[in-house]
Design a protein around this ligand. Structure first.
Ligand code: ARG
Length: 563
């Protein structure tokens, strides 16, 4: 039952005002003494030619109180509605308890496809913390949309093509060894790649060699492709290790190379539509009418570019998945790139250009010196996750050394802490990695939410003979009502997070729910109370437990039952 809507209908009935207008005017007072819903009458003064307080008074006299309202009060210009708390508790809890796992699901996405492009690291380069953000934000958006009934397709648009692979081949032939690459994987590839750049400064002919190897790759030369594929396989194996740790999956690993044989047709189409122009030997789409620099389609040497592949990929995805939205999760510094090629898609006459969404995010910065690095300045994801697990192990050893499944829990909590930390602020804000902050069991953190969940689980374990004979009047105290209000909001929060492409709506909500639950638990003794009271309070515990674990899973975080 939508209380706000029901109240709006009642006010509409006695005032003759439009229900939608009333809906947008109704407020949720900051303080429960002022009611659960308040209708301010200021704006009516003009139309009714009366003082707001008088209008409030008259409206209140006309209203026949429905069962879900306990009483209505006039407070100056406000009409305050106090809901019947037991009735409220029942309406909220019954919705969760009938099928706790399904609570928050919806069918608004039914029959609609969403394509999400996230993570998308570059082959032969380390998976660093910068890619973490794209991975976890994209994964959360995937889960959130799935919960709302959309069919999601997760795509890893790997950076697996380009002149850099020509350089890598030259580097490997000059300074690499099979043995070292097998032993050290991406770290070794990175080492020889850096070496190439140093050497090429002294000896520019290396660049020509690299270019000709890339041409060979494009011509499907046996040796060039064999080496490239080898580098590719090594990289994917390392990436998959990180994805496994994070619990992230993709529906397709269609990287940039996937579009090699598909770009010609698109370039043809751009030509036919008179969108391609020559500029200093290169081919571009002019965007000066949009106040943007031109979008580069073909290099002077005929090579394609990042944007060429993105344009081709978008058209391929539209044809393959017939998406309702195609979402791209990348760092903010790629803003212009996306704006440019989205425009090109539009200029090509595709009305679905409006369904392309760039979801940008801020930078990651690290607390100095607290993180061990293996290769120079880049912080490898795998090292960071392992460190998170180790730090968590230390905490578990000191707080709860007898915990069963310590290894598994340390992994769930350590990695959960990293993910939660990344998703806690609005995504456009920069993220700071601070072990102390992120692993604080009492802060606004993943471990705090997980701990609250585990605490609820432990109550449920102690009280297994829970029956559902709930007496709702035991859930009308202010701490219980606070929790109920948050429970009621969960489905809206999921929709809000989806609409804004903003997982932090969920993470913030989970912290609020945990705080409200801990206050409830503190104010209302459970195990020592009378059976009927206990029963009723445990129903609330069960509801909160399932929402915490559901919300954490939307963020891609596990919820251990003990920690
Ligand atoms: N590989 C790119 C990078 O690491 C990200 C690719 C994002 N996706 C896309 N369709 N452009 O910066």
């Amino acid at each position: 039952m939508d209380y706000k809507f029901e109240i709006a209908k009642i006010i509409g009935h006695v005032s003759g005002l439009d229900t939608a207008d009333i809906m947008s005017a109704i407020e949720i007072p900051p303080n429960p003494n002022m009611g659960d819903y308040a209708f301010p009458c200021f704006k009516l003064a003009k139309a009714f030619r009366k003082a707001p307080a008088q209008i409030a008074q008259e409206l209140s006299e006309k209203i026949t109180k429905p069962a879900f309202i306990n009483h209505i009060e006039c407070a100056g210009p406000y009409l305050n509605f106090f809901t019947e708390k037991a009735y409220y508790a029942q309406s909220v809890l019954s919705k969760v308890l009938c099928d706790p796992k399904a609570y928050g699901e919806s069918n608004i996405g039914e029959g609609k496809n969403i394509v999400i492009d996230y993570s998308s690291p570059n082959i032969a380069k380390p998976f660093h913390v910068g890619h973490l953000r794209s991975t976890v934000i994209g994964n959360a958006i995937y889960n959130i949309y799935t919960k709302l009934g959309y069919k999601c397709y997760g795509i890893n648009h790997l950076g697996d093509w380009g002149t850099q692979f020509g350089k890598l081949i030259v580097a490997y032939k000059n300074w690499g060894s099979e043995q070292a690459v097998i032993e050290n994987g991406i770290t070794e590839l990175m080492r020889i790649y850096v070496l190439f750049h140093d050497e090429a400064k002294k000896n520019p002919s290396l660049d020509d060699e690299a270019r000709s190897w890339f041409v060979k790759m494009q011509e499907n030369d046996e040796e060039a492709i064999r080496l490239w594929k080898w580098f590719y396989d090594i990289s994917i194996k390392e990436f998959d290790r990180v994805y496994d740790m994070l619990g992230v999956k993709f529906d397709a690993y269609t990287g940039e190379s996937f579009y090699n044989d598909k770009m010609d047709a698109i370039i043809e189409e751009l030509k036919e539509k008179n969108l391609l122009q020559e500029s200093e030997g290169a081919m571009i789409v002019d965007l000066s009418d949009e106040d943007m620099p031109p979008c580069l389609i073909l290099r002077k040497d005929g090579g394609t570019l990042y944007a060429t592949r993105d344009i081709t990929a978008a058209i391929y995805r539209k044809n393959t998945y017939n998406f309702d939205k195609a979402i791209y999760v990348t760092a903010l510094d790629q803003n212009l790139h996306f704006k440019q090629w989205f425009k090109v898609i539009e200029k090509m006459g595709n009305d679905w250009a409006k369904d392309l969404v760039h979801v940008p995010f801020g930078l990651v910065s690290l607390e100095n010196g607290k993180l061990s690095t293996r290769s120079g300045n880049v912080v490898l994801m795998e090292d960071l996750l392992n460190q998170a697990i180790n730090e968590t192990k230390k905490i578990i050893e000191s707080k709860n050394p007898d915990l069963p499944n310590k290894e598994l829990v340390a992994k769930q909590v350590g990695i959960g802490a990293v993910i939660f930390n990344d998703l806690y602020n609005t995504r456009i804000k920069d993220v700071l990695f601070s072990w102390e902050k992120m692993l604080n069991f009492e802060g606004e953190t993943g471990p705090y939410v997980q701990y609250t969940h585990a605490r609820a689980c432990s109550l449920l374990r102690k009280y297994e003979d829970l029956n559902y004979d709930i007496e709702y009047e035991h859930l009308t105290d202010s701490a219980s009502v606070e929790v109920l209000k948050l429970i009621e909001e969960y489905p809206n929060k999921i929709e809000d997070a989806a609409q804004k492409f903003e997982p932090s709506v969920i993470s913030r909500y989970l912290v609020n729910l945990s705080q409200a639950f801990n206050k409830f638990y503190h104010d209302n003794p459970i195990l020592t109370s009378e059976d009927n009271v206990k029963n009723s309070r445990m129903a609330l515990v069960l509801a909160v437990k399932s929402i915490l674990s559901s919300g954490l899973s939307l963020l891609g975080i596990d919820s251990p039952e003990q920690m």
